[in-house]
Design a protein around this ligand. Structure first.
Ligand SMILES: Nc1ncnc2c1ncn2[C@@H]1O[C@H](COP(=O)(O)OP(=O)(O)OP(=O)(O)O)[C@@H](O)[C@H]1O
Ligand SMILES: [Mg+2]
Length: 263
């Protein structure tokens, strides 16, 4: 029997339990501080959007969650367990962390010589999922993101929007507790953007926990429970989408939003 493809949270009800908790996070590159005492919490079933100008530290913040970047200071907790603290790695199971925290990148990062189905199977195979289960899960997930008809096409034969939907299927295949999206539509045309946002909207409706960096402010307003404006490595302002995007308290936030023509 094919297993159900659910992305709904399994434990506590939404908002009662932090899946990601970051405290006092600092990170420098070449002696330059790019994250400056950042605190952030993403509760189960919630969607948090991070917005801000290029170079502000948004990607670095995301990458510190799954330890693609190692923080210099502060604490990163995932699923109730401290994974990095005081500049020291505490996580003893990095592959396990990467399964718990799925990530979708701006530039898809699929294997070019593999088909869509093979791309979704590969990570599962590495995680020890039996081949038949991995195949069934891949097919179901490709259906879920509306790209099953391209399952046998190689990455290089897929459009950008199709590739990003395959990348989302791949991220879901390991049944993550939270998905990180780093500007998932920035390299897509408007139609492909709509398709990818529609898949993300469905994931949101299903109760998937998400941390999202985006320049799609109307989308952030629509799906987010919480919006965080990051500038120069600091959280300048955060709150409900209405507060931050429609009625920002900080002049810097207003200036940033004005550059989008939204205020
Ligand atoms: N591996 C690295 N080595 C050196 N500097 C880095 C590295 N990664 C990021 N930086 C620098 O850290 C700062 C923050 O970068 P980051 O990619 O987090 O910004 P961002 O907010 O995601 O920007 P964008 O909107 O352009 O994606 C930038 O000045 C960037 O050049
Ligand atoms: Mg970035």
């Amino acid at each position: 029997m094919t297993e159900p493809v659910t992305t709904a949270p399994t434990a506590a009800s939404p908002g009662t339990e932090a899946v990601i908790r970051i405290e006092g996070l600092c990170k420098s590159f070449d002696g330059r501080l790019v994250l400056d005492h950042v605190n952030l919490e993403v509760d189960r079933g919630r969607i948090v959007s991070v917005i801000g100008q290029s170079g502000g530290g948004k990607s670095t913040l995301m990458r510190c969650v799954n330890l693609l970047e190692r923080p210099d200071q502060g604490t990163v907790e995932v699923g109730g367990e401290v994974v990095h603290s005081g500049g020291r790695m505490v996580c003893r199971d990095l592959p396990g962390l990467r399964r718990t925290v799925g990530m979708v990148f701006q530039r898809f990062h699929l294997f070019p010589h593999l088909t869509a189905v093979e791309n979704v199977i590969l990570a599962q195979r590495k995680a020890g999922v039996p081949e038949q289960v991995a195949l069934e899960r891949a097919v179901a997930l490709l259906r879920r993101v509306n790209v099953a008809h391209r399952g046998l096409a190689r990455t290089e034969q897929l459009s950008g929007g199709e590739q990003q939907r395959v990348a989302i299927a791949r991220a879901l295949a390991l049944k993550p507790e939270v998905l990180l999206f780093d500007e998932p539509t920035s390299s897509l045309d408007p139609e492909a953007t709509r398709e990818v946002l529609s898949v993300m909207r469905e994931l949101a409706a299903d109760g998937m926990t998400m941390l999202l960096v985006t320049h799609e402010l109307p989308f952030a307003r629509e799906v987010s429970d919480h919006v965080v404006f990051v500038d120069g490595g600091r959280i300048v302002e955060e709150g409900s989408p209405q507060d931050v995007l429609d009625n920002p308290a900080q002049a810097r936030t207003r200036e940033f939003l004005a550059s989008y023509g939204t205020t």
